[in-house]
Ligand binder design. Structure first.
Ligand code: DX5
Ligand code: ZN
Length: 224
């Protein structure tokens, strides 16, 4: 599977968002990740549809929204309207997994299911054949800059077995040059990273390249 890089804009310099996007695109970024939190599903408030629309406007690459919100079906339309091509909602946030998936899919976007570190793969088996992509969280959602939890990755082989080898499986939380290899070896192929890209000692474009190199090195050693 092709390794893709999807930096999370939440930790970027939002006073210069167009320049940040241009720098990442110059470094070969695959897509951008917008973290959305409602202060209810998680104890933080992060980004919103207006900021997502501004990022989409600056970007040539696709932009995805990661909704860490209690009512994703209610708020997804604003992010589709903002131009996001993919919308992730959390399995833990909804009672009716397939209903939520179908409602968001009707907006004309790709739909992804995100799982907190402790949520088992089995809990989303009903979505096989329906979800467009998946996300294994390797921190408790809500804040960037937390430590990587390998336990969040351990479900990825089971997800691959259920959903197939072609589906994009994102990993999100604590991903940096030292941890990305672990995620790749479990079978993740889309790497979300905030602090490792935007709080590094080198500029974001360079940090992104280093992270991709580390991921590719791990992928080269992987058997699939
Ligand atoms: C966590 C968010 C992540 C996070 C990533 O709630 O979904 O995207 O901001 O931040 P880092 O890469 O710093 O863990
Ligand atoms: Zn995220």
């Amino acid at each position: 599977m092709r390794i893709k890089m999807a930096p999370s804009m939440v930790a970027s310099d939002l006073t210069h968002v167009a320049a940040v996007v241009a720098e990442l695109e110059g470094a070969g970024v695959d897509r951008l990740h917008v973290d959305v939190a409602d202060g209810h599903f998680v104890p933080n408030i992060m980004m919103g549809p207006y900021l997502a629309a501004a990022i989409v406007k600056c970007a040539a690459v696709p932009v995805g929204a990661h909704l860490m919100v209690t009512d994703p079906v209610r708020y997804a339309p604003a992010f589709a309207k903002a131009g996001c091509d993919t919308i992730f909602f959390h399995a833990e946030a909804v009672d009716d997994l397939l209903g939520a998936l179908g409602a968001i899919k009707e907006l004309g976007v790709a739909v992804g299911i995100a799982l907190k570190p402790g949520t088992p793969a089995e809990s989303i088996r009903a979505a096989v054949g329906h979800a467009d992509c998946l996300m294994a969280m390797t921190v408790e959602p809500g804040f960037s800059g937390q430590g990587f939890m390998e336990s969040g990755c351990a479900k990825i082989p089971a997800l691959r077995q259920m959903f197939g080898s072609d589906i994009d499986i994102y990993v999100d939380g604590g991903i940096g040059p030292e941890t990305v290899g672990v995620a790749v070896r479990y079978g993740a192929n889309v790497m979300v990273a905030a602090s490792a890209v935007f709080d590094a000692e080198v500029p974001p474009g360079e940090a992104l390249k280093r992270l991709r190199e580390a991921a590719l090195t791990a992928a080269a050693g992987r058997s699939d």
